[in-house]
Design a protein around this ligand. Sequence first.
Ligand code: C2E
Ligand code: CA
Ligand code: CA
Ligand code: CA
Length: 273
Amino acid sequence: AKKQGRNRVCFFSEELEHDLIKRHKVEKILRDSLEQNSLEVHYQPQVDLNTGKIIGLEALVRLKAEEQGWISPLDFIPLAEDLVLINQLGGQVLRKACKFAKRLVEMNAPIKMSVNISAVQFASPNFVSDIADCLEECSLPSRYLELEVTESALMHDFEETQVILTELSQMGISIAIDDFGTGYSSLSYLKAFPVDVLKIDQSFVKDMMQDSQSLDIVKTIIFLANSLSLTLVGEGVETSDQADTLQQLGCLIVQGYLIAKPEPEQTILTRLC
Ligand code: C2E
Ligand code: CA
Ligand code: CA
Ligand code: CA
């Protein structure tokens, strides 16, 4: 029994040790990458199903671990938030994405660039001025920039959020609600905030072919977006059945592995130019 007890303790501590080592490794790679401004950004096309044309790109950050390949954003975005590195990370991603968008404008392939914003960034006092600075540095017209925020990021302080979004909107930047339908929030914010785009969460897109409730949710989101004159983007589209269904229901812009995975700049350039 004593031996078993020891083994059990050992088992748990090894697990914990493994997590701590992993976290520590990721932290080191993250800090080094930020210091060297060497984070990569990949871009996933958003396509208009009626024309087949790429009308937008979503910027997705990539962290390269030497031996292990890529580290998932799901493993380092929360860490960057904990370590108060998310503003630095977000600033670097925003600059890279805006520079690339500017390059595309110059190459006569202008496209809307959509950048993910963490709730922590959104709540930071210099957020709006940082974005204005970035647009100026990159000489990117604001109409090419879109910011993706989740519902939960908007729910901290209603009035503060209203001020920030109104400022961004007046600057000409568009606002997309990411993972729409998965947050615990009321819909009234859609009236109060200048929202432009709803991104239908990939879980609904994935389940709608088998599950009538998910299909009903997708239909309801599409109805809501049309009623409020919001643009719709269907996320995580992996099959042509999913794309066909979304198109028939009136969600004409889609994004997902069916069309393309997130890709480095060079690959996007060959698609667009
Ligand atoms: P998200 O913003 O909802 O991004 C969509 C995620 O779904 C991306 O994962 C994308 O690669 C993946 N995806 C795209 N198409 C498909 C598909 O057809 N099927 C499936 N199964 N997945 C698909 P990724 O790049 O691993 O990013 C995960 C999350 O990390 C993002 O979710 C976003 O919340 C966060 N993230 C990524 N880049 C950034 C960033 O620059 N800043 C911030 N704050 N968060 C980021
Ligand atoms: Ca997103
Ligand atoms: Ca999403
Ligand atoms: Ca997500």
